[in-house]
Each structure stands twice: as C-alpha cells, then as structure tokens.
Ligand binder design. Sequence first.
Ligand code: IMP
Ligand code: MG
Length: 179
Amino acid sequence: MNKDIERILHSEEDIKAAVKQIGTQITADYAGKAPLLVGILKGSVVFMADLMREIDLNCDIDFMVAKSYGNAAVSSGNVKIIKDLDTDVTGRDLIIVEDILDSARTLYSVRNYLMQKNPASVKICTLLDKKVERAFDLKADYKCFDIENEFVVGYGLDYAEKYRCLPYVGVLKREVYEK
Ligand code: IMP
Ligand code: MG
C-alpha cells in the first residue's frame, strides 16, 4: 500500500466485481440500444476503461472536460465546457460516467448542458457516491459504492493530480493535504 494511504476502502477485487455487476445491469437495461458513454475527464478514465469492457452492447465512448461556476441550480449557463464531445448526441442514449458524486455541482451542469442537445436519454453512472448534503438535486442511476464523507484517491481519483494510478480506492492520510 502507498505510504500516504490511511486505509483501503475498496480493493482491486471488490471494484472489479462491482464494475462487472453495473456492466451487466447496463447491458440488460439498454438491450437492443447503442448507448454513448460520456466520460468526465480525468477522474473517470480508469472506471470507463473497465466498465466499457463489462458492457456487452454496441456502445461507443466520448469524453468531456467541464468546469462549473456560480449557482448551477439556477441555470445551466454556468458550466464552461473546456473540451466538448466530438459526437453528435441528438437522439442518442447517453450514460455519463463519473468517478465520484460529491456536491454534484459539475454533473448537474453537464447533464443540463447535454439535455439541451436533444439526446434520447441521459443517465448517470458513478463509481462512488459520497454521503453529503447535496445542493444539487441529482441522483446516480448506476453506482458501484456509497462512501462516507472522506477524501479518497486511487482508481482514477486524484489529490493534486497524484494517486490516480493506484489500483484501489483508499482514504488519503489527513497529514498529506493538511501540511
Ligand atoms: P462535485 O461537483 O462536488 O460532485 O465534485 C466532483 C469532482 O470533485 C469529482 O469528479 C472529483 O474530481 C472531485 N472530488 C470530490 N470528492 C473527491 C474525493 O474524495 N477524492 C478525489 N476527488 C474528489
Ligand atoms: Mg478531480
């Protein structure tokens, strides 16, 4: 285990099993369809890479980078798209793939932004769902794990761009971000 990790929350094996289960569920729910998996960079890359191989459908993938400003609950105009999709989403079934749902601010804006482009549907798939008071009314349609309000890294999740490469999800030692 990395010396900066206090404890492992979800091991590589746990994650593999959970991702497989979500993939199977998506495969069943979208039978006969060809969903577009929309990954939010960078945190979603590891989850996306594993998830797409557990979905037995003719799906494709694309990625976005977005930053939200101000109160996204008021309008969807507060999201700045740093990198937009290359794919035309009109009439498509979209599944937004995210590493973690925290305040849900960014995802709320991204979802509204995508809904304006007339897709057939938009759903949200997250690896982790953090137990916090949410300012934005957003629920994950698919999730692997609920977690407590702790700062976690690994499996794509970072602290200051570090720790994304860890194969597990772990709680970062407080001393790392409080020093
Ligand atoms: P939200 O917009 O508050 O839901 O936050 C979403 C983003 O914040 C995630 O995509 C992560 O990049 C980051 N984030 C939130 N909580 C954590 C955490 O515990 N570890 C690492 N990144 C986090
Ligand atoms: Mg991040």
